[in-house]
Design a protein around this ligand. Structure first.
Ligand code: ADP
Ligand code: MG
Length: 305
């Protein structure tokens, strides 16, 4: 369980995100290392969830390889030995990389999050319930929570450095980036979601919504960056338990959510940081959930050291 501690690699640290540490390799490349940190109800838990970082990195790598709509993207290598071969200075740090690192093209990130929603959940359900719209577009009346909305809707958000991301209209994206780039972001995001939705559905998983990030490389080419279609960036629902009309069980964090809800119900936690300690059993079953998603989607075994 190396993950909660920062992976001390002999490379300059560009940024430490909520989940990933971003290292500079050179002007053209970055190394992303996903930790095992888990946040629930916007609070980061103290206990690492073993294998979670490896699941996030390897699911992203799988989608980059598998989906036609994912290209062009930023991934250069995710296999630990390939990364070490490209950067021999990391040979002594295999354990810190083990399945959780990705060598990527360094880009200038686009400052909007590209959210796609195919089902009414979370803030989309809230907007629809109060205004009858999603990302400002009017939807048919009478939809229930978790109902499908087809075709899927591009629902961009600002990328807030601190605090919560804010949903914005497509017009705001056009004003910020120009109509050509805005249209390209929307088309690429919808194509990715549509291809992934069909793929996952055959494996018993509904991708209710997801968030993509894009960046411009040195030739001003638009690349898919960051993580893609992971349980951290998406709502994954088990299809066999799908019952619209209320919230759906989430595939990954449900054991943690259930535990925290029970604490809140009896007044043992106020829902804010610092988080309460998680029992071993809750951590273990959460690891099992992440591994299960990986198995179901990819049909492969997880690489962990
Ligand atoms: N190819 C890339 N070029 C530049 N920045 C990237 C690239 N891929 C990912 N990033 C950035 O690296 C960070 C990943 O760390 P993460 O823990 O996901 O951060 P956050 O807390 O912002 O979600 C994000 O800020 C993301 O925009
Ligand atoms: Mg992120």
């Amino acid at each position: 369980m190396t993950a909660a501690a920062p992976a001390a690699l002999p490379l300059p640290l560009l940024r430490r995100g909520k989940v990933r540490d971003v290292y500079v390799v050179d002007d053209r490349r970055l190394l992303l290392v996903a930790s095992d940190r888990l946040s629930a109800f916007d609070v980061v838990m103290r206990e690492p969830v073993p294998d979670k970082g490896a699941v996030l990195t390897q699911i992203s790598a799988f989608w980059f390889r598998t989906l036609r709509a994912a290209s062009p993207h930023h991934c250069l290598a995710s296999d630990t030995e390939a990364i070490v071969a490209a950067m021999p200075a990391l040979a002594a740090h295999r354990d810190a990389l083990a399945g959780r690192a990705m060598l990527v093209v360094r880009t200038e990130p686009v400052l909007f999050e590209c959210v796609v929603r195919g089902y009414l959940a979370g803030s989309a359900w809230k907007e629809y319930r109060t205004a009858g719209t999603l990302a400002g577009e009017r939807l048919p009346p009478g939809l229930a929570e978790s109902d499908r909305c087809a075709p899927a809707i591009f629902s961009p958000a600002t990328k807030a450095d601190v605090g919560h991301d804010e949903n914005v209209s497509f017009t705001r994206v056009e004003q910020g980036l120009g109509p050509t780039l805005a249209a390209e972001l929307r088309a690429r995001s919808l194509a990715l979601y549509t291809e992934a939705l069909a793929f996952a559905r055959e494996r018993g998983i509904i991708i209710a919504d997801t968030k993509f990030e894009f960046g411009l490389d040195g030739n001003r080419r638009l690349l898919v960056i960051d993580e893609v279609l992971t349980p951290d960036s998406s709502r994954f629902w088990p299809a066999d338990r799908y019952r619209p009309g209320g919230p759906q069980p989430s595939f990954d964090k449900q054991p943690v959510r259930d535990y925290l809800d029970a604490l809140r119900a009896r007044g043992a936690w106020n829902g804010e940081a610092p988080p309460p300690p998680l029992p071993d059993e809750v951590v273990r079953s959460t690891t099992e959930r992440y591994r299960e998603i990986f198995r179901r989607l990819t049909g492969a075994a997880l690489e962990v050291r």
